[in-house]
Design a binder for this molecule. Sequence first.
Ligand code: AP5
Length: 257
Amino acid sequence: EDRDEPVVRMLMFGKPGAGKGTLTSRLAKKYDITPISTGDLLRQHIAARTDIGIEAEKIVASGGLVPDQLMLKVLSSKLDGLGHKHWILDGFPRTFGQGELLDAHLKKRSTPLTLVVNLDVPDEVILSRISDRWVHLASGRVYNMSYNRPHVEGFDDITGEPLTRRPDDNPEIFARRLKEFYASTSPLLSYFAKMASTQTNESPNPHQHPHQVSFHRPSGLRVKTLSGSTSDEIWPQLDRLLQNTFPGLRERQEIKK
Ligand code: AP5
């Protein structure tokens, strides 16, 4: 790999149900990018009845946010294995505290973030999607009975294993998840946007940021909001964004040749 090529170190940001998991796995299928979903990792811990899973289960089921320190336990070994690979984090960071934890980790390794994508999908579209969602727990693959149906109803396309519903995908719990997003997570996005915009400033003024949290300022961070209600609207925009931002990124088939 050419070390001068920009590396995909990307956050997939967006409301619950915006399509983070679906679009992250599409990118990971097309390009040599490692996807990391904290929601999937938590669901796997819960299914395996690990200590982390037992602690997280009630919080996830009620639509709350798992404490930052527990999330760090879930993530740190995954992040350690990444080295100079291309990666996408889906569902992390979700609080300022998690932003700081991630920042400290990336700073230590001199691997700054290069892209933050914010998926902007209207709330009413999301609510109807959630009631149609089915998941394959082991892989995190997501299906939707009106948008991307499995080949055989109720079963995963790749493994043939049964699909399940998520216990937090009901209207009451979903409302709480959305509330948590607006309260804790969306302020983080405006922070990243500010961070990216100040990078074009030749002599940034350290007193410009009224925020109490000071993140490491990576070079060349891009923050982009993609809006739309369907995959046909968002996927081509996302794919183009990746190709333009990371011109050296090769498709998986090309790598195999
Ligand atoms: P997590 O699993 O991260 O849930 P979330 O953020 O609520 O996001 P979702 O998985 O619901 O949605 P998504 O945006 O991935 O959409 P998807 O692709 O599935 O977290 C779950 C819980 O874990 C949290 O509530 C919290 O308790 C805990 N947790 C996780 N991370 C944490 C953290 N960092 N800190 C603290 N706690 C944490 O798509 C949704 C539906 O839409 C699907 O049916 C799909 O088929 C359909 N769809 C997707 N894209 C499109 C499209 N483009 N067009 C049409 N339909 C589409």
